[in-house]
Design a binder for this molecule. Sequence first.
Ligand code: FES
Ligand SMILES: [Fe+2]
Length: 460
Amino acid sequence: MREQSEVRSSSPYRDDPGAIRALFDDDRVHRDVYLDEALFELECERLFARSWVYVGHESQVPKSGDFITTSIAGQPLVMVRQADGSVRVLLNRCAHKGAMLVSAPSGNVGKFFRCPYHAWTYRTDGKPLAVPLRAGYEGTRLEACESSRGLESVSTSTYRGFVFARLARDGVAFEAYFGDVLKVLDNLADRSPAGELRVAGGVFRSVMNCNWKMYVENVVDAVHPISTHESAWQTARDMSQTWEHDEPKPVALEQLLPFGSSYDFYQQAGARVFAHGHCILGTQSSIHTGQGLPPGYREALAAAHGESRAAEILAFAPQNSMLFPTLAIKSTPQTMRVIRPLAVNRTLVEIFALEPIGAPAEMLQRTLSYNRLVFSPMSVVAHDDIQVFETMQAALAARGNPWVSLHREHRSDEKQDAPVDVSGNNEILMRNLFRSWVELMQRRPDGSSERAREHCNELA
Ligand code: FES
Ligand SMILES: [Fe+2]
């Protein structure tokens, strides 16, 4: 049987930066980026290890010892609240033989982790605490071995309650990695009169048989809704035109109708791209502009932040923002999608509602309605997209042109130093993320951020 490492070393992309660069040709991208299993392995080792990836929200672990478990490209992680109030992210992997320390999606460990296998214990910061039969290790080399050093801690950064981790020891610092796209998170949190958000109402999970980048591109693809979601918005339009009841139209109709917005609308809606692959769709307006502001909300926001700041907060309501590579934010309704790659052709998307603390309860209800209607596994909108992603994954492998077009509004002198303001229809939003993809995927001369290789296992 061949060793895993032998299989991996056979990839033509592993040691050839030129081969990686050749996959993105300024205005088109090679289909291998969606189809090639070896490239997916490299994405796990390089791209997801070197970027700051969203892990969870502080509100999910309010008390000391509270934890949630998750994974980044095959790396099992546990995010845990410390006694001093800080939040840490650790590899969820016992230092003894590698058992997962906690398997539940969330819970409370109390004052320490205890491995379910042989009961080695660790403080919540990962430091080793106790080992049964300690005397049996005397005179052995355990002390000098990595096994005695506790749980591996991962670089963690928290911004307005959003917790991110970087698996690689070295890399771009958090603030430099995200830059001004962090204003999207400021805006989101400031939409709460208390300046605070809470993840509320559970989570929808949707697994689709497609490459994760298809989903990421779609988040900021303004040209598809009018055609892909035609049946949803036309049904909403027909129902709306014949609505004869006295009571107001249901929220669902209001939320579905704008999916028929025109190309011109998005041209004006505007977009912005940032360094490191991030972008905002809807810098000027969004199909949700003006929706979901219940009575008393503006007043509560003005009382908390002042009239002019409140007006500024409400005026900036991007339709979708992509904090590359895995966090998609909608400013109103306040929802986030977390894209979790499982395999080259399999992607999990988790959908959360964010409750603005101190705002009328109706806002959360509208967000939950939107998530059910548009993003969830029983959505009348997401099905349209998933159908396209899954058939695209199959059809891209068929004979024919191996290149995927990203030409819309491309200019040969396209400015590459983000940020850049563009129209909402410009495919620079996708070109920008592939520029970042190439950068993150190239091998560094010192190989410093390749340590994640040994942990990179495809999730079942
Ligand atoms: S594997 Fe954890 S204590 Fe043995
Ligand atoms: Fe869509």
